[in-house]
Design a protein around this ligand. Structure first.
Ligand SMILES: Cc1cc2nc3c(=O)[nH]c(=O)nc-3n(C[C@H](O)[C@H](O)[C@H](O)COP(=O)(O)O)c2cc1C
Length: 404
């Protein structure tokens, strides 16, 4: 559903895309109107693929329900999680799928402007998306009137500002406004007051790339794939320790073991110590829990996340204390500094794990994790806490070697 046109050798041009029924979803969306689009996406059960798993239709409805006035759509293509390269390949190889999803979302929300914020470190993705926008505009699909007689949609491609935190939606909005990319307190949520105070929907690339299929085949067909409230498919990216690293599109509900051992072929050295799914800001899963179903709820039940879908494995040459120090070093370096627990706490944990932990240090790191979980402004701080809690739950014994 998502990777069909990926790695064919060159980016799918408009002609290739249309030959595969591309833009049929948009054409249906135009004839059925916003309420019908919202209905299909609601029925599909689609949830955001950028990290939080928020129901897509609910977010779109919230922006649409705001008092009359303009609305904006923002495509989050900042993909900063170490180990994640899903959006990159979708943008580089199948840019029209992302544009079609963007146009359908804009129609549903009532937005006449869309911004695609692409990570600066993805120069090829920036070039292919820019070329695809120009192609779709000159074919009369985007621009003054969608497909010639629909509402207008201006799509602007923006180069990212080079900070991991720019992927967090409110920091991203600040970056788009030309401000420092610091997290905003919520409420108000972007759907109420986002870019320049205008109701704004921020969606991830993969979320939007799933939308054309839903419009073409119907929301119930999509809901029939997957498991429970985790409907459809998810693309995952496996890191270089796997025998068969790369991108795989899996149906939700597949056991994580099947991804790690079946698709990924296990680790090159066979000594798996754990996997982090969805970036460094999520729980680490030990080998004995690999039979967990790959769904939003099942992973959450064991203190982990689907997150963005990057799967990073560690083998037993990685000391757990060193891993904690490394993740918190990343956390401290990338903290936007807007809230104290993350700005001070992440750096403090890194410092504590740079030496042996005495009794006071151990108590301090636990207290810092509690503060990060309870009081951080965004998922950066709470994600660091989630990672730390899973280390305490599953790797407590390994941490003993860090104690003074
Ligand atoms: C620190 C941090 C970094 C994030 N980075 C990204 C990112 O690179 N790409 C992304 O789509 N979402 C990212 N998110 C999630 C966004 O804030 C937001 O939830 C998402 O773009 C919404 O789109 P969705 O509903 O389609 O998932 C990040 C969140 C946090 C807390």
């Amino acid at each position: 559903m998502l990777l069909d046109r990926v790695r064919r050798g060159s980016p799918a041009q408009l002609g290739d895309y249309r030959a595969d029924a591309g833009y049929e979803g948009l054409s249906r969306a135009l004839s059925s109107g916003p309420e019908a689009i919202l209905g299909e996406v609601d029925t599909s059960g689609l949830r955001g693929r950028g990290g939080a798993g928020f129901p897509t239709a609910r977010k779109w409805r919230a922006a649409r329900a705001q008092p009359d006035g303009p609305r904006v759509l923002v495509v989050n293509a900042d993909e900063g999680d170490p180990g994640a390269y899903i959006d990159r390949f979708l943008l580089e190889d199948d840019p029209h799928a992302v544009l079609e999803g963007t146009a359908i979302a804009a129609l549903a929300v009532g937005a006449e402007r869309a911004y695609i914020y692409v990570r600066r470190e993805y120069p090829r993705a920036l070039a292919t998306v820019r070329a695809a926008v120009a192609e779709a505009e000159s074919a009369g699909i985007l621009g003054d009137a969608l497909f010639g007689d629909g509402p207008p949609l201006t799509v602007t491609v923006v180069e990212g500002k080079g900070s991991y935190l720019c992927g967090e939606e409110t920091a991203l909005l600040n970056a788009l406004e030309g401000r420092r990319p610091m997290v905003r307190a919520r409420p108000p949520y972007p759907a109420q007051s986002g870019l320049h105070g205008v109701p704004t929907v921020v969606n991830n690339v993969e979320t939007l790339a799933a939308v054309p299929w839903i419009l073409r085949h119907g929301g119930s067909a999509y809901a029939g794939i997957g498991s429970g409230t985790s409907t459809g498919t998810k693309v995952v990216s496996l890191n270089s320790l796997f025998r068969k690293p790369g991108l795989y599109e899996v149906e939700f509900g597949i056991p994580l073991r099947e991804i790690v051992e079946g698709l990924g072929g296990g680790l090159v050295d066979d000594h798996l110590r754990g996997v982090i799914v969805g970036g460094p800001l999520a729980g680490i899963i030990p080998p004995h829990l690999l039979d967990v179903s790959f769904t939003f709820d099942d992973l959450r039940d064991i203190g982990a996340e689907v997150g963005h879908g990057g799967i990073v494995a560690f083998d037993d040459t990685t000391p757990i204390g060193e891993l904690v120090r490394h993740v918190f070093r990343f956390g401290a370096y990338e903290s936007c500094g807007a809230c104290t627990p993350c700005r001070v706490g992440a750096a403090r944990v890194e410092q504590l794990f740079s030496g042996d932990l005495d009794e006071a240090g151990h108590a301090e790191w636990q207290a810092t994790i509690r503060a990060l979980a309870a009081t951080s402004l965004c998922g950066h701080g709470t994600g660091l806490a989630e990672f730390a809690r899973s280390v305490m739950a599953y790797y407590g014994q390994d941490l003993e070697s860090c104690r003074a």
